[in-house]
Design a binder for this molecule. Structure first.
Ligand code: TRP
Length: 441
């Protein structure tokens, strides 16, 4: 047996898990969904979901992973042999493919925007430019491929060398740049409308469906509900405090999402861009702002480089879930497994890209293939996965095991234990069910 690769220390695991959590979900997906679902009220529901559902589930996932010391599928096999709980892991693998199919497309867009910034070709009608680009034939596919190739290289380098090092240096830089952008955005003339939109809840805009979207976003943004944090949990050293790690990860994740909102909505208001502009919101709004800044193209290049890297640290976590399954369970060599997984993602991802323009007929259930993959992952697979993880930790897994993990073998005090159990046994599963059913109907 080889010793499992593990993150090298406290900062390492937080940076890596935060690297997985922080990505396009915060900076691209959160603002555009927020814009489409009425702003402030949506943000509030999202925050509640993160605190009351997201955090307990993340903790549960970390606990399962560290206790079993293995990937999501094997973890359930070890902790509950001969019971079908491993299906959570199987579902996670499915979720990983559906998420990566559209995630890699958007990751490709960030590369295109890096190049546009460097070649100084961001000007004119940003909405038109964006739509022309994503509905084109080969260019988006080429960049999607490039994005996947980069992810492939990092996954091949292994956990501590590739994933950890990249996250440690670049995540703090992203935070810094985002703060600069926020300052620029709120000082634009007419910005206050946008800020009001983001911060002032208008509850008349909330529907069952928008609550489901907010919950789905909380899951998506925290990388929970599909075993990703189980796999990462298995890399956490035994003496680390899981609660404070989960708190830091969720806290920084929310912080980045809110900052992204503050960078985008005031600017959108200043430039008369509809907040409900859809998946292009970030790519339409921010270029307008960069154009008006001194040295804007440098900021723009920096921003899209950091966004691309944030997307990469998330995408490798998604790929790693499947690769660790293939290499540890199916005994396929890691290199071959990575090639196969990334290849399949590219095939599925091609359909996502093409459905945005070239092949408009790629539609099902009233959605194009891109939106469909997004909907299936965040609003179906992740909440269902999260539901079963809470049931598992709340009702099936022996309490002794959970307590042992949460207190790091009894060396730490975990004061919130009863509250944690109360949430995980009753509140979270019931809430997921209610939101899920009212959102689907
Ligand atoms: N959380 C990432 C983001 O916000 C995406 C992501 C990475 C993810 N790993 C995941 C989402 C696992 C769900 C499950 O961009």
């Amino acid at each position: 047996m080889t010793i499992r690769d593990s993150f090298s220390g406290r900062f390492g695991i937080i940076a890596a898990a935060a690297g997985s959590a922080i990505g396009l979900g915060n900076i691209w997906r959160f603002p555009y969904l927020c814009g489409q679902n009425g702003g402030g009220a949506y943000v509030l529901v999202y925050l509640i979901c993160v605190a009351l559902m997201g955090l307990p589930i993340m903790l549960a996932e970390f606990g399962i992973g560290r206790s079993a010391q293995s990937n999501a599928y094997r973890a359930f096999r070890i902790l509950s042999p001969r019971r079908p709980w491993y299906l959570i892991g199987v579902m996670g693998i499915l979720a990983s493919f559906t998420i990566m199919s559209f995630y890699s497309a958007v990751g490709g867009w960030t590369i295109e925007y890096i190049i546009r910034s460097i070649t100084n070709s961001i000007s004119g009608d940003h909405a038109m430019q964006f739509n022309d680009f994503i509905s084109g034939s080969y260019t988006p596919l080429f960049y999607q491929f490039l994005f996947l190739a980069l992810s492939f290289c990092i996954v091949m380098m292994g956990v501590s060398k590739g994933i950890e090092k990249t996250s440690k240096i670049l995540m703090p830089l992203l935070l810094l740049l985002l703060i600069v952008l926020c300052i620029r955005s709120v000082t634009l003339p007419g910005a206050s409308e946008g800020l009001k939109f983001l911060l002032k809840p208008d509850f008349s805009k909330l529907t069952g469906n928008s609550i489901l979207l907010a919950m789905g976003q909380a899951f998506f943004s925290l990388s929970i509900g599909m075993g990703c944090m189980i796999t990462y949990g298995s890399y956490i050293k035994r003496n680390e405090d899981l609660m404070s790690s989960a708190g830091m990860v969720a806290g920084s994740d929310v912080l980045i999402a809110i900052l992204a909102g503050i960078a985008i909505f005031p600017a959108a208001a200043a430039f008369n861009i509809e907040p409900g502009a859809g998946p292009g919101l970030v790519f339409i709004t921010l270029p307008g702002m960069f154009e008006q800044m001194a040295g804007g193209m440098i900021f723009s290049a920096f921003f899209f480089i950091l966004l691309c890297i944030a997307a990469l640290t998330s995408s490798i976590s998604l790929i790693e879930v499947v690769v660790s399954f293939c290499s540890e369970e199916m005994r396929i060599k890691r290199g071959l497994a990575t090639v196969l997984v990334v290849g399949c993602i590219f095939l599925l991802g091609t359909l996502c890209s093409l459905s945005l323009g070239l092949v408009p007929g790629l539609r099902m259930f009233g959605m194009n293939f891109f939106d469909l993959m997004d909907f299936i992952s965040s609003n179906l697979l992740l909440p269902i996965g999260g539901f079963f993880i809470t049931i598992y930790v709340g009702w099936v897994l022996r309490k002794r095991i959970t307590v042992k993990e949460l207190t790091s073998d009894g060396s730490l005090k975990f004061t919130g234990m009863r509250f944690f159990y109360f949430l995980i046994k009753y509140i979270v599963p019931v809430a997921i069910l209610i939101v899920f059913i009212s959102g689907i109907l």
